[in-house]
Design a protein around this ligand. Structure first.
Ligand SMILES: [Cu+2]
Length: 259
């Protein structure tokens, strides 16, 4: 034990000394400072040029998603494949439960995203999914469950609650770098898009067989683009029924899981 302690102390000291020499050696530090001073102007110039290039090349896409009768479609997901270089967004996001409903009803995430399922109601929920891209079940809980759920496979994940059959939500997992969900007016806005050519994919819970639809190809120029996309939806054309009867949930669930 004593031997070990001595060895440990020595190794700490040796490491410390090595680090001290490497990092704090006065001559080395002066060299570094001199190098930094000589390269600073070119670095600043490069940063300015990069910022100018980015801001000059960024554009906006104003999309409007409507159903087959031209009515604004809420809860539609629009994803974009485009110029390379965009890093995937894999943050932890919330799928809340409020007033015995999922909030939002449709959540779009990049594959690899952790989704937390906080419960803002004062009753307990038991969230689950049998959808192929993510099968999971959170035991009956109040407040925030201890761990978020990882969504690492692209596809549609239909969410339910074992206690409340009318609770129905969706996590749409995409590998496209740009994605968003339409608001109640059917609008989706993408800011800071690189100018270029994009391939559009659309999805809505009310679309046939719950399959994603090809939305065509678009050219986003520096002046931006305003475009309308149509997603045919089944039934009454209003898309997803927000308070489905249990049997409706069963049908929707079968569609999402393909079973
Ligand atoms: Cu519930």
């Amino acid at each position: 034990m004593r031997e070990f302690l001595i060895t440990y102390r020595q190794s700490v000291q040796i490491t410390f000394r090595c680090q001290g020499r490497r990092i704090l050696h006065p001559r080395r530090r002066l060299d570094l400072d001199a190098n930094m001073l000589s390269t600073a102007p070119s670095v600043v110039l490069a940063v300015i040029l990069f910022m100018f290039r980015v801001s000059a090349a960024a554009a906006t896409l104003d999309a409007e998603v409507v159903d087959q009768q031209g009515r604004p479609l809420e809860h539609a997901v629009l994803t974009l494949q485009g110029p390379p270089g965009k890093l995937p967004i894999t943050l932890t996001v919330d799928m809340d439960q409020r007033n015995q409903q999922f909030a939002p009803r449709v959540l779009a995430v990049h594959s690899g995203t952790q989704v937390a399922f906080p419960n803002s109601d004062n009753i307990r929920h038991q969230v689950y999914s049998f959808s192929t891209p993510k099968r999971f079940e959170l035991r009956l809980y109040e407040g925030t469950p201890s761990l978020p759920v990882l969504f690492d496979q692209p596809g549609v994940v239909a969410l339910g609650c074992n206690i409340h059959d009318s609770m129905l939500g969706y996590v749409y997992v995409t590998e496209d770098p740009w994605f968003a969900v339409s608001g109640s007016d059917g609008s989706i806005k993408f800011d800071q898009l690189p100018v270029g050519h994009y391939r559009v994919t659309l999805w809505h819970p009310g679309s046939a067989e719950m399959q994603p639809l090809a939305g065509g190809e678009i050219e986003v120029s520096v002046t931006g683009l305003r475009q309308r996309f149509t997603v045919p939806v089944e039934g009454n054309g209003m898309g997803m029924d927000m308070t489905p009867a249990p049997s409706t949930f069963g049908d929707a669930f079968k569609k999402a899981t393909g079973k």
